[in-house]
Design a protein around this ligand. Structure first.
Ligand code: CAA
Length: 398
């Protein structure tokens, strides 16, 4: 396993960080305070090619490898989680699912505008009464000739009012729905502009306030049959494999957030004095700094392992789950330590660390709670969980 990043990867990191400091950082504190996302940032990310970073050039993307997606996610989250979230939902959960599961016609029709950032995609699995257990979905799409009629509601959907197209999971088989048999779930590509699609924003979030999160109600939405992704009854597999990509970007983003915590904390610890010396000289502060360094090293290696496996075309559900679990929990702890080091100032938005803490909290929950990932890890170790081959695997790179 070669986990070295190339000179091109490092160049991408520098360019992405420059972009984030230039385009995301200005006005961020106000956008966070007022919970006002700025969709212009997503358009600019599209112009840079970031929204199609590891989609092949033949489908409108930059054709870079899966490491590049991880590096980009890390660089964006170093500045703000909201700029990484679009990579998770648009690239990880939506476009890569189309790339993995789409027919050639679907890939040509859908991937090109997505990869160029002309259309934004997101992912709709969670429902008001169903989160960790997607087999309990209530959304239902009834087949009527060459169409499906979709009814139901999704919630906690990133970019619900901004995205142009949703990847929606819904049951298409009543008996299987009644039995909570996930083989009755189908994945659909649903346009926001269609009749009966009613997106809304959620207010009052603890974190990621500069990003849009909401829900969407579907009321008798007509979906043409050619908008089924991956075949009828494969929707659970489509969703889980999409999460293998989304969780990878979340884990990589956490490395960026932890680096931001470390940089803010070392700067402050070298400036602020207590007891006649800078606080960095106090051992209990050093302990917290050491924990951050450790978490960054561990997190970075876990992410690189996933990127390498994806590049090789190897299934990495277990490794991605490990990276997502470890890094989200550690990034929350790093952000907590960063506040502690900043003392009372850490409690104010005069410094960014309180935002890091608020932003880190959601990631422990979304894309699989830490408890779900613990169950997944225990399941593999105990021999209860095994990865079965899929009808379509994520293509290796190149
Ligand atoms: N890729 C493809 N297929 C997979 C898969 C994967 N990673 N994991 C499982 N499958 C397949 C299995 O092969 C199996 O297929 P067969 O029955 O045909 O053999 C089928 O799916 C069922 O597998 P399991 O028995 O493992 O499924 P399970 O019910 O035990 O899954 C679970 C349990 C892993 C906990 C899963 O329910 C899970 O991950 N839950 C969390 C859901 C989640 O992350 N939700 C967050 C949504 S996104 C969000 O929050 C935010 C946003 O903005 C988008």
């Amino acid at each position: 396993m070669d986990l070295t990043y190339t000179a091109e990867h490092e160049e991408l990191r520098r360019g992405a960080l420059d972009f984030a400091k230039r385009e995301v950082e200005p006005g961020l504190r106000e956008r966070d305070e007022q919970a006002k996302p700025d969709p212009a940032i997503y358009r600019k990310m599209g112009q840079e090619g970031f929204l199609g970073i590891c989609i092949p050039e033949a489908y409108g993307g930059l054709g870079l490898d899966y490491h590049a997606l991880g590096i980009l996610s890390e660089a964006m989250e170093y500045v703000d989680t909201s700029a990484r979230v679009i990579l998770s939902v648009h690239n990880g959960l939506h476009s890569l699912a189309v790339y993995q599961w789409g027919t050639e016609e679907q890939k040509k029709a859908h991937l090109v505008p997505l990869a160029r950032g002309e259309r934004i995609g997101t992912f709709c699995l969670t429902e008001p009464a169903c989160g960790s257990d997607p087999a309990g979905l209530q959304c239902f799409a009834e087949r009527k000739g060459d169409r499906y009629i979709l009814n139901g509601e999704k919630i906690w959907i990133s970019l619900s009012t901004i995205a142009d197209v949703y990847l929606v999971m819904a049951y298409t088989d009543r008996a299987k729905q009644a039995a909570s048999d996930s083989h009755g779930i189908t994945a659909f590509l649903v346009d926001r502009a269609w009749k009966g699609v009613e997106p809304y924003d959620l207010k009052g979030k603890l974190g990621v306030r500069a990003g849009a999160t909401g829900g969407v109600a579907f009321k008798d939405v007509e979906i043409p049959a050619d908008r089924v992704l991956g075949g009828e009854g494969n929707g659970f597999k489509v969703a889980m494999s999409a999460l293998d990509n989304g969780r990878y970007t979340v884990a990589a983003g956490c490395v960026g957030l932890m680096k931001a915590c470390l940089d803010a904390s070392t700067k402050y610890a070298n400036e602020r004095s207590a007891g006649g010396k800078v606080i960095g000289k106090h051992q209990l502060v050093q302990q917290m700094i050491a924990y951050m360094v450790q978490s960054i090293d561990v997190g970075d290696l876990l992410v690189r392992r996933c990127g390498w496996m994806k590049n090789q075309g190897l299934r990495c559900t277990r490794e991605v789950s490990m990276a997502k679990w470890t890094n989200t929990v550690n990034s929350q702890q790093c952000a907590d330590h960063a506040i502690e080091i900043h003392g009372a100032y850490g409690y104010s938005n005069e410094f960014p660390v309180e935002r890091y803490w608020r932003n880190s909290r959601g990631a422990v929950i979304y894309e699989g709670t830490k408890e779900i990932h613990q169950l997944v890890q225990a399941g593999y170790a105990l021999g209860y969980r095994k990865d079965a081959p899929l009808p379509k695997e994520l293509p290796r790179w190149p």
